[in-house]
Design a protein around this ligand. Structure first.
Ligand SMILES: Cc1cn([C@H]2C[C@H](O)[C@@H](COP(=O)(O)O)O2)c(=O)[nH]c1=O
Ligand SMILES: [Mg+2]
Length: 219
């Protein structure tokens, strides 16, 4: 465990987070996914897909099943895969994602809680050219520049340290078979068929506070 700083309060790391030092107390480290937890990827996708390809078939949100939109559209028509991809690799797609209702005030309140550190943990598209910088821009625009230091970009979230990961992707696999975090599934249309998981259904009914308080007692 890191030793407490001697006197230098300008140390960059101590400004970034309520840093955990070895004072005998620990902060709860919460990892928040971005797409479909803070930002409405699926809703925005349908809007843009229908604008761009008005004559094509599409999947209503309440018929979504499975994480990858592309896979489900390809089952409808195998030519739709490239069109799906064209929608979310387009410049501006990630920047223009609307907020998930209540997510921004909840993230701010969570980050201000005593004994809690919050990070945004997001996977980029392999076609990163627009997506990567726009994720940073989105966070700056919706949460503010001070959150830029809290962004973790990782293709493989299993290697990231933290106590909780709130993420809509129901199965998060990677090279670490026993990730440090407990996965709380953030409910989305595509994952509502998945059973037997601890969930957070929304940011608006206040249940997120109970989850955080519960985990604070456990660390
Ligand atoms: C639904 C869906 C998502 N993606 C991409 C979009 C994002 O870059 C990541 C999701 O990242 P997260 O950190 O797990 O939220 O996956 C995609 O390529 N195709 C899809 O259908
Ligand atoms: Mg997600």
């Amino acid at each position: 465990m890191k030793k407490p700083p001697t006197q230098d309060k300008t140390d960059i790391m101590s400004r970034r987070t309520k840093q955990t030092y070895d004072y005998g107390q620990k902060n709860l480290c919460v990892l928040l996914d971005l797409d479909q937890v803070l930002a409405d990827f699926e809703g925005h996708f349908i809007t843009k897909f229908r604008e761009k390809f008005p004559d094509d078939r599409f999947v209503q949100l309440d018929e979504r099943k499975g994480f990858y939109i592309k896979d489900q559209y390809e089952k409808l028509d195998r030519n739709l895969g490239d069109k799906v991809r064209a929608v979310y690799i387009e410049k501006g797609f990630f920047l223009d994602l609307p907020e998930i209702k209540g997510a921004i005030p909840a993230a701010r309140e969570m980050a201000a809680m005593d004994g809690v550190d919050v990070f945004i943990c997001s996977s980029p598209l392999t076609e990163y050219q627009n997506c990567l910088s726009e994720k940073f821009e989105w966070v700056e625009k919706h949460l503010g520049p001070e959150w830029l230091d809290r962004i973790i970009i990782a293709k493989d979230k299993t290697v990231i340290n933290g106590h909780i990961l709130i993420d809509d992707r129901p199965y998060i696999n990677g090279s670490c078979k026993s990730p440090a975090w407990k996965h709380i599934v953030f409910t989305a249309h595509h994952n509502r068929h998945v059973e037997g998981r601890q969930r957070l259904d929304n940011w608006t009914d206040g249940t997120w506070r109970d989850i955080i308080e519960d985990f604070k007692k456990r660390i």
